[in-house]
Design a protein around this ligand. Structure first.
Ligand code: 4AD
Length: 468
């Protein structure tokens, strides 16, 4: 095979070398009949290629042919790398040109596209400026983007977002493996709901048996602990039949779950959260610079502020901070989105971090399997974790005594019969344990300060969308 060069790695050091690239036609600009500029894009990076009529090498027919190519067609180009006289602007545009000697069209795109990638890639500020200048421009709305997602995800920002997502997953796995965790997979078709009755997709299993799509791996990851895997993690789909259409709820998302034995205190679980996420943010900042830059160009954002040792506040301390700021909330209730955001602001001002853990939540607002506090059963050994004032994680110590678990399930209105295998798992010797669940799309959304979770889901499923 011949040697191919990626558009993203054509650097000035390649000057005068012949290279071979494959990409998409982003734009074609003919200048008279003898010259055409072809901007080629590959995975979010672009390079300007120049076709100039030259005796025995490039004919005027070839220039005409190139000019006829439709945008987004796939092309192979062979040419010599040169350094343009005028410097090129744009962080994803390579600082070189390619003088074309050969150009083949591998596959044509239809002549009219529902989304123009260049328009879809502009920031709000760039759109405003273009409109002021009277440029013809179509503002691409969210529904159009999602309807034609395979075009939309070609923008540099989107290419960056999904590479960041992959890296988050990768670090999650690598970190936990290095800490002695084992990766597992739990069933997504289950007999009863795993997080309580609301927001569950119900279906009919073989033989007419009622079943659910798992709202979390909660029950089975705990059963794995009962099965002597003392530390487990899972990366898998999570289904929630959410009714409300919000910026941060999907009906299917990717859960990053952890469950582990606790030797002495539920803070051992928060220690893992702390070290895992500091390692993750460090790695994203260090290893994903190009991606973060591409995202920031379209959706400008400030890098996340986080501390070397993650701040932990108790729920009561959080309530007190809100109270001092004039926000009254029920000390034994839950925080709503607005008060969570407000607390996020207060914490950032006071402690200089946009990433923190809030723990010891009121027992009444936590799921049935949550362990109450030893010294005050109105509170629980549980926590939520926030980025920029929005929840990305919830976690807790679990009840490992079967009689107590059964009692709590009943009190929370759960039909104990549907989870009998789960409860029975604790009858054969179960260690104290706890864990947490992370929403992958939320982590990426909030790390990059994006305003909508649909931007970080490749093909989002929400209450109004199940296609494409
Ligand atoms: O807070 P949740 O519901 O907690 C659980 O599922 C527990 N079983 C976790 C545990 O181990 N105790 O969900 C965990 C995380 C949330 O913090 C949020 O990041 C994400 O999952 N999440 C959603 N993400 C997108 N769309 C939704 N509808 C989400 N619901 C929860």
């Amino acid at each position: 095979g011949r040697k191919w060069t990626e558009v993203g790695s054509i650097t000035p050091e390649l000057k005068d070398q012949v290279i071979l690239i494959r990409g998409r036609v982003q734009t074609i600009r003919p200048v008279g009949k003898k010259i055409a500029f072809v901007v080629v894009r590959e995975r979010g990076f672009t390079v300007q290629c120049v076709l100039t009529v030259k005796v025995d090498l490039v004919s005027s027919q070839m220039v005409k042919y190139a000019t006829s190519l439709s945008k987004e067609s796939i092309v192979d180009i062979e040419g010599v790398v040169s350094i343009p006289e005028k410097p090129i602007t744009g962080s994803t545009q390579q600082q070189v040109e390619v003088q074309i000697s050969k150009l083949y069209c591998v596959n044509r795109a239809v002549p009219t596209l529902p989304i123009n990638i260049e328009d879809a890639a502009r920031s709000e500020v760039e759109i405003e400026q273009a409109l002021e200048k009277g440029e013809q421009l179509v503002r691409v709305n969210q529904d159009t983007r999602l309807n034609f997602r395979i075009l939309d995800i070609r923008t540099p920002a989107n290419q960056g977002i999904f590479r960041i997502q992959c890296q988050v997953e990768n670090i999650f796995r690598q970190f936990l493996l290095s800490e002695g965790f084992v990766g597992i997979h739990t069933p997504k078709l289950i007999a009863g709901s795993s997080e309580g009755g609301s927001a569950v997709f119900r279906l009919v299993y073989k033989g007419g048996v009622p079943a659910c799509l798992a709202q979390s791996p909660q029950l089975h990851k705990q059963m794995a602990i009962c099965g002597d895997f003392s530390r487990v993690f899972e990366i898998g789909p999570v289904f929630r039949a959410e009714d409300s259409f919000t910026h941060r709820h999907l009906c299917e998302f990717t859960g990053l779950d952890v469950e582990m034995e606790i030797k002495e205190h539920y803070s051992e679980v928060m220690d893992i959260v702390d070290r895992l996420f500091v390692a993750m943010f460090d790695s994203l900042n260090e290893n994903c610079k190009k991606e973060l830059e591409a995202i920031g160009k379209q959706y400008p954002f400030e890098p996340l502020k986080y501390l070397r040792k993650t701040l932990r506040l108790t729920f009561a301390e959080g309530i007190q901070m809100l109270k001092e700021a004039g926000v009254e909330v029920d000390p034994l209730g839950d925080l709503n989105t607005e008060s969570e955001r407000k607390l996020g602001q207060l914490v950032a001002e006071k402690y200089g971090t946009e990433f923190y853990i809030l723990h010891k939540y009121p027992q009444a607002v936590r799921p049935f399997y949550t362990m109450p506090c030893h010294d005050n059963p109105s509170y629980s050994n549980s926590f939520d974790v926030f980025i920029r004032g929005e929840e990305i994680i919830s976690g807790a110590q679990r009840i490992h005594v079967p009689e107590f678990l059964e009692k709590r399930a009943g009190e929370c209105g759960i039909d104990v019969k549907t989870i009998s295998a789960y409860i029975d798992s604790f009858r054969y010797g179960a260690p104290p344990h706890g864990g947490f669940g992370v929403g992958l799309e939320r982590v990426v959304m909030l790390f990059c300060a994006l305003n909508n979770i649909r931007k970080t889901s490749l093909f989002p499923r929400d209450p109004q969308r199940i296609a494409p």
